[in-house]
Write a protein that binds this ligand. Structure first.
Ligand SMILES: NC(=O)c1ccc[n+]([C@@H]2O[C@H](COP(=O)([O-])OP(=O)(O)OC[C@H]3O[C@@H](n4cnc5c(N)ncnc54)[C@H](O)[C@@H]3O)[C@@H](O)[C@H]2O)c1
Length: 443
């Protein structure tokens, strides 16, 4: 082994059912559920999911060992997943999927209509002030934060008992909440507990779901940019209780592109003077993000990427004066089919300017669903491998990866991929792949 950290002694087998509790039964969640259910029935391929379709090289390039990841690490099987959800709207997954307008009704919704109709959301822990463009009434009501926390915990335990699941994972796929700056109420569990009792408005519903998950020993993954589990008190709590956490914000479209292109610009020592990113999006997510205070949360998550990759202080001639702008415009006719434009102004040898234009016509939830599936399966794996606290190896999936205090996040997609695969190799006691490759040239 080339690493000094010993691999986990043993990974508990993925026996029994895995309960997947999703917060938000909207476009991403219904696309996730429908895709998994179709894949289980051989009626669709889980494209975009590393856990289902990816391979991993083991040993030397000459060894010819590249198993499927799902054959290499003991992941839960799709057949063992049982779904649960909360939402602000009472629609079951069939109605929610039809309304989201991502999947073809005849081919991909009717085919599994019975399963989808069976998934009915529990009442949401929700307050309008955190997403004012949402009007749903299927909520716990104005019962106070402590009562909300307790009600979420009861929901978790009822679900566990009724469905007979042996393990649970919780994932936030709900709307982006308004921007909240981490502050003293998020610093320690004592302060956080007090703030819950005081109904402090700096305690958002996502934080209550995250805390409830951790109190019940359930791993938590955060697909949105709101803080949820990304605050000192919950990070500490998750580490102490040895429960995996990860976030924030699925890296699906424009930021995915950015974390491929920006490392290329930097690798070639090209300069950057500006990066203008704009999007049109017409789904409910776009509607929620149309409120400036909700967009601010998203903006923060999207803006940090370039600075971390380019490290302007280390190379001010190339990156000391970058104009970076990100916009999302709500445009209902497009529904979930987002269109993103990037104009990138770069400069080369002797300062001569050049431009790169990207026009990505993507489907938001089609890109997000496989990430959500992988995060669920890897979070469960981490739990069984005894890995608690921040799962930085899952950075690959996030726009704004959670890292230990004092560390800068790795945003480069291919560094993230290497890190993820090396973590899997490490978990299974295989050699790290460093790409040094001297052995091929010796004798
Ligand atoms: N689709 C992508 O490519 C992508 C990428 C990155 C992040 N995200 C994030 O994922 C999240 C989900 O996206 P979506 O397109 O499915 O949005 P969506 O609006 O279709 O679904 C979100 C659902 O969450 C529900 N909700 C809101 N607050 C809730 C609460 N407190 N409790 C329970 N339910 C609640 C809403 O009623 C809605 O049905 C958004 O925050 C989005 O920003 C999506």
């Amino acid at each position: 082994m080339s690493t000094t950290t010993p691999s986990p002694a043993a990974i508990a087998p993925a026996d029994g059912k895995l309960g997947v509790l999703v917060i938000g039964l909207g476009a991403v969640t219904t696309t996730l559920i429908a895709g998994v259910e179709l894949a289980k029935r051989g009626q669709g391929l889980p494209i975009g999911s590393m856990t289902q379709m990816g391979t991993i090289r083991l040993g030397k390039r000459t060894d010819g060992r590249s198993p499927l990841i799902k054959d290499f690490v003991p992941l839960a099987k799709l057949e063992d997943i049982v779904w649960g959800a909360w939402d602000v709207f009472p629609d079951d997954a069939y109605v929610a999927a039809s309304r989201a307008g991502v999947l073809e009704q005849g081919k991909h919704i009717e085919a599994i209509s019975e399963v989808l109709r069976d998934i009915r959301p529990m009442k949401a822990a929700f307050e309008r002030k955190y997403a004012r463009n949402l009007t749903g009434e299927h909520t716990m009501g104005d019962i106070g934060k402590r009562a909300m926390l307790n009600a979420i915990r009861e929901d978790i335990n009822r679900f566990r008992d009724q469905k007979g699941v042996s393990r649970l994972v919780m994932i936030w796929c709900a709307s982006t909440e308004v921007y909240i700056e981490p502050c003293e109420v998020h610093s320690t569990i004592e302060a956080f507990e007090k703030a819950i009792d005081a109904n402090d408005e700096r305690i958002a519903p996502s934080m209550l779901y995250a805390y409830a998950a951790l109190l019940e020993g359930v791993p938590f993954a955060n697909g949105s940019p709101n803080l949820a589990v990304d605050m000192p008190c919950l990070r500490q709590f998750a580490t102490e209780r040895n429960i995996p956490i990860s976030g924030k914000d699925f890296k699906t479209g424009q930021t995915l592109m950015k974390t491929v292109l920006a490392p290329m610009v930097k690798a070639r020592q090209l300069g950057l003077s500006g990066w203008y990113s704009t999007n049109i999006l017409g789904n409910r997510d776009g509607e929620v993000l149309d409120a400036p205070e909700n967009f601010k949360t998203k903006e923060e998550s999207k803006l940090g990427v370039l600075e971390d990759i380019l490290e302007p202080t280390k190379n001010p001639d190339l990156y000391g004066d970058v104009f970076h702008k990100v916009q999302i415009n709500y445009y209902p006719p497009r529904g979930d089919n987002k269109e993103g434009w990037d104009n990138i102004d770069i400069f080369g040898w002797m300062g001569y300017p050049m431009q790169i234009k990207v026009n990505f016509l993507c489907r938001d939830s089609i890109l997000a669903a496989p990430l959500a599936l992988d995060l669920v399966l890897y979070s469960d794996l981490a739990q069984r491998a005894g890995l608690g606290g921040i799962q930085e190896w899952l950075s690959f999936y996030y726009k704004s990866p959670q890292v230990a205090p004092g560390l800068y996040p790795e945003h480069d997609l291919f560094i993230q991929l290497t890190k993820l695969k090396n973590t899997l190799r490490w978990m299974m006691g295989e050699d790290q792949i460093t790409h040094l490759g001297r052995e091929y040239y010796e004798n």
